[in-house]
Design a binder for this molecule. Sequence first.
Ligand code: ACO
Length: 324
Amino acid sequence: MTAIYSRIIGTGSALPERVLTNADLEKFVDTSDEWIRTRTGIRQRHVAAEGQTTGDLALAAAERALAAAGVKASELDLIVLGTTTPDLVFPSTACLVQHRLGANGCAAFDVNAACSGFVYALGVADKFIRSGQSKKVLVIGAETLTRMVDWSERETCVLFGDGAGAVVLEPSGEPGIYATCLHADGGFKELLYNPVGVSAGFRDEPNHGVRIRMAGREVFKVAVKTLDALVGETLEAAGMHEADIDWLIPHQANLRIIEATAKRLNMSMDRVIVTVDQHANTSSGSVPLALDYAVRSGKVQRGQNLLLEAFGGGFTWASALLRY
Ligand code: ACO
């Protein structure tokens, strides 16, 4: 029997219009462009306008991905959306986007795996296609993380931005996604979390305590070590070698973490897609934003092998190795 793979047939992305540069941040928080650039590689980030939601960005990215794929929203039979900043507690942002697209009736749900949300969603969607359950799938990563940033906390506020990316998948006899690896370890919760939820920490006051708590240096160390092991595991699962990878498309949190993963793969930085300088850390939005940039700029070509990876709160970590 011919193996069924899922193949990316279109990509799209969306960013809020407003750009906040490091120089802008210098005006209201005790930081410097030099500190931010040398520690993280970030030069600027996009920030959602008042009233602009994760769903708005997700919708725009989805429309672009569907147009690139030549697929009508009514053809979709599944929408999986990675986010940790949903518009509402419920319905899911996937349901809100489904209705706005006019794809009513298909399955739609959110995946919360923090910064690994898009790669998790891609892994889930891949299983739906491989099982024969779904034929046209929209996978989105979208966030408005700046909504839970405390702009007076220099340790965190310089790191994050808003944005969304999306892909359309369909079944194919040819690869396609070779392998996905998804992991989590809830034992690391204290190093990166937001203490406010519905069942815990909730108080009906504007912005009560809703802010990112992060032990940056510890997160950094675990991220580098974990991603090092993850890329090895992914190559093995796909039966491939480092030299088979054409492009690394990593989660865009910190240029130094990205460089460490590239070094582990013996890849020069000209084979790594870097957007962290422009977008900062957009959590679930980061990998699909980088992928769409890579496709639309003509860097990534059909037939090339891409390694996608992400690491985030949970901790969660995930990868996908695919032929574009
Ligand atoms: N501007 C100026 N100085 C700052 C700032 C700032 N924005 N933030 C912290 N500092 C100061 C600290 O107070 C500290 O001062 P001290 O030495 O007087 O105590 C000094 O800079 C050094 O701080 P470190 O924590 O050692 O800096 P480090 O080199 O580790 O970089 C950073 C910090 C950028 C947070 C890094 O650890 C990191 O990127 N960690 C990964 C965290 C991350 O990416 N989280 C996002 C979500 S998870 C993910 O996506 C991977």
